[in-house]
Ligand binder design. Structure first.
Ligand SMILES: [Fe+2]
Length: 301
């Protein structure tokens, strides 16, 4: 075992079907110390650098995009230490050779642990955020994993079922060109599993599982990885078709009731609907470790 330090037999059984909290030692690479982060932030392509501020509640409405301007890396990092800032260096693990090598090695280990695991596109971003920063309640469009590196953060992971989440909510996200946010009620928290992540923890959950994040203390640094697998592409396309017939024909389809040919047919119709521009195309620049056609962009929280 190399970068993944602990991945138990139970974790193997749960991976992608349930919540996995395991351990890694990516920080030993030396790629996430202050000087490395300052240089990364300063030189990362501006079109792939998201910086936002938020209010104390961290509500989606309060998120405001910031421009890095001509600020130096040290200044941006100091802002993240002191303010309520969230930075995402999208695809830095696909662009920078030393980080790309690390991402490739980690996923090679995952494939050793799970011989039937076939991620078609793997993207890695680096999140740098303030103590107290929050990411609102949302789902991601594809599988994501959070590899925590520095600071401490609390992650609330909710059931992928009513009353917290309805299939129509997932369809709405998939049919929207970029928004992943969902309607949130504090009462949902009673149904959440709560994980306080320490450096070296990695956390992942089944695709479309709702979650939100509250940073606890320290400058928070995490690698987020997202990847597409064939089963999720089929599921997403079928849910887009379901979303169309729910909205246009007033039907009440269910993805949980769709299997085999029924699922494949719905996916084909969803794909066709997208081609016919009945739903907006999800488009984000795709640089990937394992480039393959057919992947969709996904948010990286
Ligand atoms: Fe997320």
């Amino acid at each position: 075992m190399g970068w993944i330090e602990r991945w138990t037999q139970e974790d193997r059984g749960r991976f992608r079907a349930g919540i996995v909290r395991a351990r890694h030692r990516l920080a030993d690479s030396g790629l996430f110390c202050d000087p490395a982060l300052e240089e990364l932030v300063e030189t990362h392509p501006r079109e792939l650098l998201d910086i936002a501020m938020m209010d104390e509640e961290g509500s989606a409405r309060s998120w405001t995009d910031l421009s890095p301007g001509e600020r130096k890396g040290a200044e941006l990092l100091a802002g993240a230490r002191e303010g309520r800032v969230w930075m995402n260096l999208r695809q830095v693990f696909n662009i920078r050779p030393e980080y790309r090598a690390l991402l490739g090695a980690v996923f090679a280990e995952l494939r050793e642990l799970h011989p039937r695991f076939r991620p078609e596109v793997i993207k890695g971003g680096l999140l740098i955020s303030s103590p107290g920063a929050r990411v609102p309640f949302h789902i991601d469009r594809t599988d994501t994993m959070l590899w925590h590196l520095r600071g401490r953060k609390r992650v609330f992971v909710y059931p992928r079922s009513a009353p917290v989440l309805h299939e129509a909510d997932i369809e709405a996200v998939l049919m929207h060109p970029f928004s992943d946010d969902l309607p949130y009620k504090p009462a949902f928290d009673a149904r959440a599993q709560v994980f306080d992540l320490e450096p070296g923890d990695v956390l992942c959950w089944p695709v479309h599982t709702p979650h939100r994040v509250v940073n606890l203390d320290g400058l928070n640094v995490s690698m987020t990885t997202e990847y597409a697998c064939r089963d999720v592409r089929v599921r997403n396309q079928a849910m887009i078709f379901n979303g169309l017939i729910r909205r246009r024909l007033g039907l009440s389809p269910s993805i949980e009731g769709s299997r085999g040919l029924g699922l494949a047919a719905r996916a084909g119709l969803g794909f066709a609907a997208r081609k016919m521009k009945l739903v907006p195309k999800v488009s984000k620049p795709a640089l990937a470790v394992d480039a393959a056609p057919g992947a969709q962009g996904a948010a990286a929280h």
